[in-house]
Ligand binder design. Structure first.
Ligand SMILES: *Cc1c(COP(=O)(O)O)cnc(C)c1O
Length: 356
């Protein structure tokens, strides 16, 4: 369900598709996350959404930004000179290893040797790929990320005065609820490190948008586990996902082999999230159309791409008429910036930042 500010903005749009970012809602949300994290550092993982206006809101609450490429590094340091930056990501180039940072997350013993080879000073967190059971995670970080315990141990003798070991980094999984994340944090904090970055991955539910990650429980749990250590988290999705909307219009409604389809302007080349994650993107229909349509039956919402994968939501019981405005919700993270914008060369959406 959308609030009055977004509804009014969507109804006032001269052109669709358009992205709407609700900045006051983002401000309120991040403020509440910040309040829940007594004594724990909060970084924002920029890859979730690097929109400068969003970053400006976030900058008032976060202790730093986590970046995963030279591009993100340049973007963030130009916008916020002096703001702490943690540089992570697999396959860092020599140029990336030379970038100034508050922390650098090292992914392998070879990468550490290359970092030492630069001759520059560095403050390192070793990224561990821990052998921990991760139940119910949407995307576990096994595979190429971080190192086994053995490789972490192999890194330890390499540190010196210029390249300093600060602690451990572990982005455990994506899509975990607070009790599960705390369970993993507890296991990880048995390691003897003074500083630990516990990563991001806080769950968001596209099926039940009003169900939110329990930041109060997570913050309280981390406070009790901290015991004088420096703890940091770096969420992306759970901070920005709720503030973004993709507004468009129904251009056609039809029935094919018995199934009702609503074709909207734009599609997954603007909002790739449902195609990538295989979910139905939640939406609200504003009945601005009055054209031909269907009433209270399962409707599949597709975009303008010539591929059967261009599906935004499947068989949702609703009414839809040509000309109706459809506002897709939860489009503030891994949405526009992960989409294949140039496929089919349709026009790009406009971006509107709503203010109080
Ligand atoms: C992607 C990523 C994050 C953010 O993950 P979310 O699921 O968006 O919270 C944090 N840290 C690392 C290392 C990542 O790769």
């Amino acid at each position: 369900m959308i609030g009055p500010r977004v509804r009014e903005a969507a109804l006032g749009l001269a052109e669709v598709p358009a992205y709407l970012y609700d900045l006051p809602a983002l401000d309120e949300h991040v403020a509440s996350v910040r309040r829940a994290l007594e004594g724990v550092e909060l970084y924002y993982a920029v890859k979730a959404n690097p929109d400068p206006e969003l970053l400006r809101v976030l900058a008032a609450y976060v202790d730093g930004f986590e970046v995963s490429s030279a591009g993100e590094h340049a973007h963030v340091t130009a916008l916020f000179p002096g703001m702490p930056v943690a540089l992570g990501g697999p396959g860092k180039t020599d140029a990336e290893l030379r970038l100034p940072h508050h922390r650098i997350h090292v992914e392998s013993p070879n990468e550490l040797r290359r970092l030492l080879g630069t001759g520059l000073e560095a403050d390192v967190l070793l990224r561990l790929n821990p052998d921990l059971p991760v139940e119910g995670a949407a995307l576990t970080m096994s595979g190429p990320f971080g190192m086994d315990e053995d490789d972490v141990a192999a890194c330890l003798p390499l540190f010196g005065d210029r390249v300093r070991l600060r602690g451990l980094h572990a982005h455990l999984a994506s899509g975990l609820a607070a009790p599960q994340l705390l369970e993993l944090a507890r296991a990880l904090l048995e390691q003897p490190y003074e500083e630990v970055n516990l990563g991001g991955g806080m769950a968001v539910s596209y099926a039940a948008p009003e169900t939110r990650f329990d930041w109060a429980a997570y913050g309280a749990g981390l406070t009790s586990l901290r015991r004088g250590r420096r703890l940091r988290i770096e969420p992306g999705r759970a901070l920005t996902v709720y503030c973004g909307y993709y507004a468009t219009k129904v251009v056609d409604v039809k029935r094919v082999r018995g199934q009702a389809y609503a074709v909207v302007l734009g599609g997954t080349h603007h909002l790739r999230t449902p195609a990538t994650k295989g979910h139905d993107q939640p939406f609200t229909i504003l009945p601005t159309g009055g054209g031909p349509g269907v009433t209270d039956e399962p409707v599949t919402f597709v975009g303008q791409l010539c591929t059967p994968k261009d599906v935004l939501a499947q068989r949702i019981v609703t009414s839809a008429r040509v000309g109706d405005t459809v506002v897709f919700e939860m489009a503030g993270a891994y949405a526009w910036n992960i989409s294949h914008h140039d496929f089919l060369m349709h026009p790009k959406p406009a971006f509107h930042h709503l203010r109080a």
